[in-house]
Design a protein around this ligand. Structure first.
Ligand code: HAM
Length: 425
């Protein structure tokens, strides 16, 4: 029986991978421009990292983690997100001893055991940034600015930036009590998930997708109603800087995020035309996280973008990704001796950075020409017994339909000079 890929995963095959390369190039470019450095962490971590970091009461930790015991009986989890791992790496590698802030970006697969649907996968890819060591609200705005800039450069339209402040632990405690009091009489009408959230994590009730719960919480107190003076000042400054950066945003007091580490600023970006899973990005401030996992008290802020969702949004908005094929050379041979010389020739071309390949299927010369055409080789070098004897090679320009005889000794130079920039890999 055919073995299929696991549910919720995707193969990214040639023809599509070029789009990913394009996105990755854009990501590296913008991160460098804003002064971020790449970090790579393991795709699996000790389960405890996410239990403590992301939070025991979250859906991610409760329902969605790929957790298993390794052969040494350690509980291991495939990372469901990047922030907790980055904070762990920040502490473990003592990055806090460097000049602050530490500005990092990452790219890679994340794993969540979710109910799959369009835009929601079990293995998906995130591009994220994290800034560690800055309390100043200026950085909240700069992080959102980078995100906005990135999305604009891709040409995406009709995006909405939603922001909120979920306050610090002090204002959250006040909010929690007010919310629980508000929901007390409505408890029985909440969905079963929200009934259990009421004690454990009432804040998440505000963002329940159930229509009934949404109706019940229209008038519920939000975190913006209970911000302490410090959080209020921070919140106002973030808005001020965003306006200065000409970033239009919507204040969404119901935006509470699905991970427990957030404090103060929280934000998401929504895209139209990609179905129910419209959040292409989520992020916020997590000032307590580094300390929570055993490091020095360090403020932090960042976001992660879902790359599958970005590509879906680009596709639905008919944004073409230009995948310029690099010019390649095909060495077509006739006969055994020519094959050996051709083999060496292809090698020599590649040593000079030219994309060159040979037929590996034993095709006839005519089929080799067809093959070169199909794979888009601009030039074919034709080499048979006769050419070998004369010490020449026929160079055929497939685009112009022209061909020339070139002395074998001059060939490399000739190819390099046709248009050396076109031949660079
Ligand atoms: P998140 O909101 O859980 O935040 O995920 C960020 C983005 O990843 C989402 O907006 C979405 O585009 C994409 N995403 C999440 N789950 C899936 C899925 N199952 N399938 C496809 N795409 C998905 C975080 O992960 C935080 N670590 C973000 C952050 C960084 N906060 C501060 N720093």
């Amino acid at each position: 029986m055919l073995i299929k890929r696991p549910k919720g995963t995707q193969d990214i095959i040639p023809g599509t991978i070029e789009k990913w390369h394009f996105l990755e190039e854009q990501i590296r470019k913008i991160c460098q421009e804003y002064g971020y450095q790449e970090i790579r962490t393991p795709v699996f971590e000790a389960t405890e990292l996410f239990q403590r970091g992301v939070g025991e009461t979250t859906d991610i930790v409760n329902k969605e983690m790929y957790t298993f015991l390794d052969k040494g009986q350690r509980s291991i989890t495939l990372r469901p997100e990047g922030t907790a791992s980055i904070c762990r790496a920040y502490v473990e590698n003592k990055l806090y001893a460097q000049t602050l802030p530490v500005k990092l970006y990452y790219l890679g697969p994340m794993f969540r055991y979710e109910n799959t649907q369009a835009g929601r996968y079990r293995q998906f890819h995130q591009f994220g940034i994290e800034v560690l060591g800055v309390e100043n609200p200026l950085v909240d705005a700069e992080v959102i600015q980078l995100l906005w800039d990135f999305l604009q450069r891709l040409g995406l339209q009709g995006l909405e930036v939603h922001i909120n402040s979920v306050g610090c632990s002090h204002c959250r405690a006040v909010h929690r009590e007010k919310l629980q009091t508000f929901l007390e009489d409505r408890k029985d009408k909440l969905c079963s998930d929200c009934q259990s959230r009421l004690e454990r994590n009432p804040l998440r009730i505000l963002d329940c997708k159930n229509k009934n719960c949404q109706a019940l919480t229209v008038e519920a107190p939000t975190t913006l109603d209970t911000l302490c003076p410090d959080c209020q000042e921070h919140w106002e400054s973030v808005q001020h800087y965003l306006k200065m950066g000409d970033i239009s945003f919507k204040i969404n007091p119901k935006l509470v995020r699905g991970l427990d580490y957030y404090q103060k600023t929280a934000f998401e970006v929504m895209a139209k035309g990609i179905g129910a899973q419209s959040a292409i990005c989520g992020g916020g401030r997590y000032d307590g996280l580094v300390e929570e996992i055993g490091g020095p008290s360090t403020p932090g802020i960042g976001f992660a973008v879902g790359l599958e969702r970005i590509l879906a949004a680009m596709q639905s908005q008919k944004i073409e990704i230009e995948c310029t094929d690099k010019t390649s050379v095909m060495v077509a041979v006739l006969g055994d001796k020519a094959r050996q010389v051709g083999f060496q020739l292809a090698n020599q071309l590649r040593q000079r950075g030219i994309i060159a390949f040979m037929d590996l299927m034993g095709r006839s010369l005519k089929s080799q020409m067809k093959y070169a055409d199909r794979v888009g080789s601009r030039y074919v070098l034709i080499l048979g017994e006769e050419e070998l004897e004369k010490g020449i090679i026929i160079v055929r320009d497939m685009k112009l339909g022209d061909q020339k005889e070139i002395a074998k000794a001059d060939l490399i130079e000739f190819i390099q000079n046709i248009d050396s920039s076109e031949f660079e890999i």
